[in-house]
Ligand binder design. Structure first.
Ligand code: SF4
Ligand code: SF4
Ligand code: FES
Length: 209
């Protein structure tokens, strides 16, 4: 699909704006809507989706459009920030590297979520984001879940407070579009379900007050 878009830009309309970088499914920047579904265009074969010989290409949904096929990702990453998606450790550069054993239960638990590259496909597929633009969305919540399971992180309670609010994990309807479409085969729906349990337990213990 990315080759089709590139052909259009090079041969039919030089003004067409679109975004890509790696062309091999690593950066996530080529995400667009193709025949109604958000996809990485560089990893999508035309044959697989142009069943009736028609291709309709549009920018990702649920994000402001900068121009043509280019969306403004600022809201998406602002929500990572609101969900405390940044790692907060306590060691300094003078300390030994903090290690996480690959076979530890916590590391294995985070496996289903850790490889997110921030492409926004899950976010574009989420009906709750469409209905409630303030909803943090699957990628930010998936990131929060990853850090909740990182034994080196020290921002746990503040992060849980951030994702337990009205626009956080409890607003997810568990319909699973995010998980069905994630090209990295991650499972934001399960991560969010677990955040719901973790934050509910923390609230019962009086930690989020
Ligand atoms: S969870 Fe998957 S679809 Fe969502 S931003 Fe990360 S890699 Fe992309
Ligand atoms: S499972 Fe939740 S976060 Fe994922 S698409 Fe559905 S409502 Fe959105
Ligand atoms: S161009 Fe990087 S994932 Fe498609």
């Amino acid at each position: 699909m990315l080759d089709v878009v590139t052909f259009v830009q090079r041969h039919l309309d030089a003004s067409l704006a679109y975004r890509f970088a790696c062309r091999v499914g690593m950066c996530g920047s080529c995400a667009m809507t193709v025949n109604g579904t958000p996809r990485w265009t560089c990893r999508t074969h035309v044959d697989a989706i142009a069943k009736r010989g028609v291709l309709e290409i549009a920018p990702l949904a649920n994000l402001p459009i900068v121009r043509d096929l280019v969306t403004d990702m600022r809201t998406f990453f602002d929500k990572w920030s609101r969900a405390h998606g940044q790692f907060k450790g306590e060691t300094t550069r003078r300390d030994e590297f903090a290690t996480v054993r690959p076979d530890s239960p916590e590391r294995r638990h985070a496996d289903a979520s850790i490889e997110c590259i921030g492409c926004g496909i899950c976010y574009a597929s989420c009906d709750v984001v469409r209905w409630r633009p303030e909803f943090l969305g699957p990628a930010a919540l998936n990131r929060a879940f990853t850090l909740v399971n990182d034994v080196r992180d020290r921002d746990g309670v503040a992060r849980m407070r951030a994702v337990a609010g009205d626009a956080g994990c409890h607003a997810c309807h568990t319909q699973g579009s995010c998980t069905n479409l994630c090209p990295k085969h991650l499972a934001p729906t399960s991560a969010i379900a677990e955040l719901k349990r973790t934050t509910a337990n923390a609230a019962l213990r009086g930690q989020l007050g």
